[in-house]
Design a protein around this ligand. Structure first.
Ligand code: NAD
Length: 493
């Protein structure tokens, strides 16, 4: 049996664990088991499903101190960050349990137009394919709502962080976990018994998943990349704590977050002041080292290939034709040996134009460009350039002004006076516009992704004693309204 063996990206000689690769026949068997389980699971009252999910949430919460180091060791996320992610996933699952009964309830109207019942029905088997950068919460955003709604699920996590989520998923009912890379993901997304696909990941895989699912007429939710602008309005007033939060909005998880602040747009007249305060804040909060060291806030990136790609992007921005200046940020933890793993020095890059690859592409690593702008209309156009539209932020001393600009930005989620995870809300729908994907996670919308409306209707005309209707007639149309006299628009006397 083939194995996926995962090394610790901070200490590459250390093997954290391994999982067996699921071969195509076993993918088929897993989906069939999930399909077999669907009738029983979906037939339970929502209260029973939610009770089972709450027990799962309690089990995961009870294992937090054991699971957090495992997540840190397989993903390179600092321990506090790993603990935070698992805790947030538990909080999200509990929120789903609180909200699901009301959001998923059938609605009924019985009036002089007839009787209409609309039920929220689960799809069947949901195939979930997830990335490595937040392997627990990104899986939970799919599993929680899907399972609460009565679907069963097959989850394929990333081969780069398969271990913690396998443990977490084992605490939940009606889930099977399969392992492998693109091949396994393809087999799942294209399986005829998968009725909905939920994907988070990059552009290339997203396009292929969408095509695979589309060929089967299987609906999909796609949460893809972002190149989030953070726009500082001319009146911005940031405290030291605000600058520190901003630094971590770009560098948490070594910049490998879909909604990280990836481009900083600062009014030209205030760039010197901004840069000085930003560098000082980074010196205070950005500490690079081993994720298990409690003083560390930034670990390695996920792989040698990712490290090489990001270093090349920074070298091109600073040394190549782009003409920028890269300033290293933060400091190393005492005794830290960057050669022990996939460590990349974090950088702030200035002096680039918007066409430089570090600005125009999603960098997905610890380097952020600072860009000067002159007018609000100009920054709006520049922030919205490009094909991605996941999240953005607007920073201003005037909340009304920030909300006004936020409403005009082409992003699925705009944070005000913060960015990245500190700005998230369990109740706020999250997802992209343009090529950042479609569908939503979190909030009521995130629950409704996993149900289809199914209507049952009897028109009043055909209820006992009803007047009936001419054969082939449409109900309700303009012909049912009283005739209007020509020219006046008023009914005839
Ligand atoms: P990836 O696209 O390489 O892989 C994601 C998952 O898809 C993995 O499980 C992988 O094995 C699988 N996969 C890859 N190719 C596939 C294919 N052709 N068919 C089926 N499955 C396939 O992404 P990644 O490198 O793991 O994650 C980084 C990307 O994810 C970034 O672009 C990031 O912005 C994005 N992301 C988006 C969100 C969001 O909510 N919008 C959140 C986190 C990450």
């Amino acid at each position: 049996m083939d194995l996926i063996t995962r090394e610790n990206p901070a200490r590459v000689a250390e093997i954290v664990g391994s999982v067996p690769v699921t071969d195509p026949a076993a993918v088929d068997a897993a989906v069939r088991r999930a399909d077999d389980a669907f009738r029983g699971w979906s037939g339970l009252p929502v209260a029973e499903r939610v009770a089972a999910l709450r027990r799962g949430a309690d089990t995961v919460a009870g294992r937090l101190e054991e699971l957090a180091p495992l997540l840190a060791r397989e993903s390179g996320k600092p321990l506090a960050d790993s603990r935070g992610e698992i805790g947030f996933a538990v909080a999200f699952l509990r929120w789903v349990c609180d909200e699901a009964p009301a959001v998923l309830a059938a609605t009924e109207v019985d009036d002089d137009a007839g009787r209409l019942v609309v039920r929220r029905k689960p799809y069947g088997v949901v195939g979930c394919v997830t990335p490595w950068n937040a392997p627990v919460i990104l899986a939970m955003l799919k599993l929680g709502p899907a399972l609460a709604a009565g679907n069963t699920a097959v989850l394929k996590p990333s081969p780069l962080a398969p271990l913690t989520i396998t443990e977490v998923a084992a605490a939940l009912p009606a889930v099977q976990v399969i392992h492998g890379g693109a091949e396994t993901g393809r087999a799942l997304a294209g399986h005829p018994l998968v009725r909905k696909v939920a994907f988070t990941g990059g552009d290339a895989a997203g396009r292929e998943i969408a095509a695979t699912a589309g060929a089967m007429i299987t609906p999909a939710v796609l949460e893809l990349g972002g190149n989030d602008p953070a726009v500082f309005l001319p009146d911005f007033a940031l405290s030291d704590a605000d600058y520190e939060r901003l630094v971590m909005a770009s560098f948490a998880t070594a910049g490998q977050v879909c909604m990280a602040a990836k481009r900083l747009y600062v009014p030209r007249a205030r760039t010197a002041e901004f840069t000085e305060a930003y560098l000082a804040a980074a010196e205070r909060v950005l500490v690079v080292g081993d994720p298990l060291d409690p003083g560390v806030t930034m670990g390695p990136v996920i792989s040698a290939a990712a490290a090489a790609r990001i270093r090349a992007l920074v070298a091109d921005a600073a040394g190549g034709t782009a003409g920028g200046t890269a300033t290293p940020l933060g400091r190393s933890a005492p005794g830290h040996d960057p050669a022990s793993g996939y460590f990349v020095t974090p950088h702030l890059v200035t002096g680039l134009d918007d066409h430089a690859p570090l600005v125009a592409q999603e960098q997905f690593g610890p380097a952020v460009p600072l860009l000067a702008y002159d007018t609000e209309e100009e920054v709006l156009v520049r922030a919205d350039a490009g094909e991605l539209g996941l999240a953005a932020s607007v920073w201003s001393a005037d909340e009304e002004r920030a909300f006004a600009l936020a409403g005009r930005l082409g992003a699925g989620f705009v944070f005000v006076n913060t960015h990245n995870r500190t700005g998230m809300s369990l109740r706020a729908p999250f997802g992209g516009v343009k090529r950042s994907g479609y569908g939503r996670e979190y909030g009521r919308e995130g629950l409704l992704e996993y149900v289809q409306s199914a209507a049952v209707h009897v028109p009043a005309a055909f209820r006992p004693g009803g007047p009936g209707m001419a054969p082939g007639a449409y109900p309700g149309g303009v012909h049912d309204e009283p005739p209007r006299s020509a020219g006046t628009g008023r009914p005839p006397p």
